[in-house]
Design a protein around this ligand. Structure first.
Ligand SMILES: Nc1nc2c(c(=O)[nH]1)N[C@H]1C(S)=C(S)[C@@H](COP(=O)(O)O)O[C@H]1N2
Ligand SMILES: [Mo]
Length: 511
């Protein structure tokens, strides 16, 4: 029964790995460092430049559970491999487990937000896996003794039943420990509870959205994006959970005096309301990695003025609690624009996934160079001395938002009935503004669309054009016209390295 013995050894190894990983996760919950999350996070960071597109495709919409599941499944497979190895050589199996433990420990301690005891969970995991192997593998072999390994340590009276019992017990203990660890993640609960209890101060200056800003066309993106529909992009596998009571922001580097500010001090400052459209550099033409919110925050320029920026500085490197960094041109943070430390989004404290308690919002720049969530550190520096997270990964050092437009109505492939209907969409070039939008139907003349009233140059603007649709296939193309009178470029460029370009196009069949 060689095959049976192999299957049992693999099963024993997988169960030992489940046992080890479960205990590691439980320990991780206690010391505040999940090893599986650490490995997943390291994988995201190690991903090559094209990895950002992949990461966004895979996890951009919050599907990070997929990566955690993949890492966990990978561990079980490696455990099975260790079980198979152990049939020939327990030493080889043990070496594999120790190497995996070291990889986990390496990932854990190199996380930017590594807990002090981050090496403990991988060590516990490796130790428990070794124990599991030593208990389960002999029972696996005893249950189906392979002829080739006559000297396998066989406990007296071991049977298939005891093997299955022990294996199921180990796997169940691991699963329970993992679930227990999950339930123990008090940090997550605490941040959620603290956030729910917060009442933000009133803004000292408010923005009123003009009546004509939202055309109210069904299927057209509303001018203010509901928080629940706001895109989310970040490298954080586990969303950082910050208790505002412990939050501090340090402003240092090329400044005359370092400034440190805590949550209460920030809320005591005169907070301003602003409406700004945020855009991800990874947004494809026609994509939805863009949203507009009503933010509440404090202008960063006042804090920089307090610190006293030195003359040779030209960049501010912002860092989040989990080690993400963005390099923002100094002038974008010191000129009169609404570059803020935001604490509120659409009338509520920032959602945890959108940076609670404090993030940056800077009109005119893609998020990867400006919109640091869970921000805790601003270093005034130079582009020649420091780099943001994405720059060495193949993305441009500077990320001004490009003139762009999107067709929302009709949707691609939508069923349109012949007759009077409407074509509508949004256009944007934050902090610069949009002068107009033109639409071309079936390669005909460019027609001027009607622009809605823009809230400001820092937001997208809706547009629409009446259309008498005739039966048959149609192609609709749009282009924004910039404030300089120049149309949005037709040249097609991918998102990397500094933002996609090209005209949005929608094909529909009218019936
Ligand atoms: N801490 C942190 N902040 C971050 C990022 C990140 O990975 N980590 N990603 C940036 C990018 S690329 C974008 S587009 C915006 C997205 O903000 P949102 O998720 O609130 O829409 O956050 C920025 N801030
Ligand atoms: Mo982004």
């Amino acid at each position: 029964m060689r095959t049976g013995s192999r299957a049992r050894a693999a099963l024993a190894g997988a169960a030992a790995a489940a046992f080890g990983a479960g205990l590691a996760e439980l320990t991780g919950a206690i010391v505040g460092a999940s090893p599986i999350t650490a490995v997943g996070g390291a994988l995201i960071d190690l991903a090559p430049p094209w990895g950002k597109d992949l990461a966004i495709a895979l996890f951009g919409t919050g599907d990070k559970a997929a990566l955690v599941t993949a890492v966990a499944l990978g561990l079980l497979l490696l455990g099975a491999a260790a079980g198979l190895l152990a049939r020939r050589s327990m030493g080889a199996a043990q070496t594999l487990v120790v190497v995996l433990g070291l990889v986990g420990a390496g990932a854990a301690v190199t996380r930017a937000d590594a807990a002090a005891l981050a090496v403990v969970p991988p060590a516990v995991g490796a130790g428990a896996t070794l124990l599991g192997l030593s208990l389960l593998v002999p029972r696996a072999l005893a249950a189906a003794p392979p002829r080739a390994v006559p000297d396998a340590a066989m406990p007296a009276g071991a049977t298939r039943r005891t093997f299955l019992l022990w294996t199921a017990g180990a796997a169940a203990t691991g699963a329970l420990a993992a679930v227990g660890g999950w339930a123990l993640q008090t940090g997550a609960r605490a941040a959620t509870a603290v956030r729910a209890a917060i009442t933000l101060p009133r803004a000292t200056t408010t923005v009123s959205v003009p009546d004509g800003a939202d055309l109210g066309i069904p299927e057209l993106a509303p001018v203010i994006t509901p928080t629940s529909a706001f895109y989310r992009i970040d490298t954080a596998l586990a969303v950082p959970q910050i208790d505002p009571a412990t939050w501090r922001l340090r402003i240092h580097g090329k400044v005359d005096t370092e400034v440190e500010i805590g949550w209460d001090e920030l809320l005591a400052l005169p907070l301003e309301e602003s409406v700004t459209t945020l855009t991800c550099v990874s947004n494809e033409v026609g994509g939805d990695l863009i949203g507009t919110a009503r933010w509440l925050g404090y202008p960063i320029r006042h804090l920089l003025a307090r610190a006293g920026v030195q003359a040779d500085a030209d960049m501010v490197l912002s860092t989040s609690i989990d080690g993400f960094t963005a390099g923002t041109p100094l002038e974008a943070l010191t000129d009169e624009r609404n570059a803020i430390l935001a604490v509120g989004m659409n009338g509520e404290p920032l959602p945890i996934a959108h940076g609670f308690p404090v993030r940056m919002v800077v009109p005119g720049l893609y998020g990867y160079v400006s919109a640091t969530k869970w921000v805790t550190d601003l270093e005034v520096t130079r582009f020649s001395d420091a780099q943001g997270y994405w720059t060495p990964r193949g993305w441009s050092e500077r990320g001004p938002i490009k003139l762009a437009s999107r067709i929302d109505v009709p949707r691609r492939g939508a069923a349109v009935t012949a007759g009077d209907t409407v074509i509508a969409g949004v256009a944007w070039q934050q902090h610069v503004g949009v002068r107009g939008v033109q639409v071309q139907i079936d390669g005909g003349d460019w027609q001027d669309a009607t622009l809605a009233t823009a809230i400001s140059a820092d937001t997208w603007v809706q547009w629409s054009l009446p259309w008498r649709a005739t039966a048959g296939p149609h192609t609709i193309v749009a282009r924004a016209i910039g404030t300089d009178g120049q149309p949005q470029t037709q040249t097609v460029a991918p998102p990397a390295p500094d933002g996609a370009t090209g005209w949005p196009r929608v094909s529909v069949t009218v019936t």
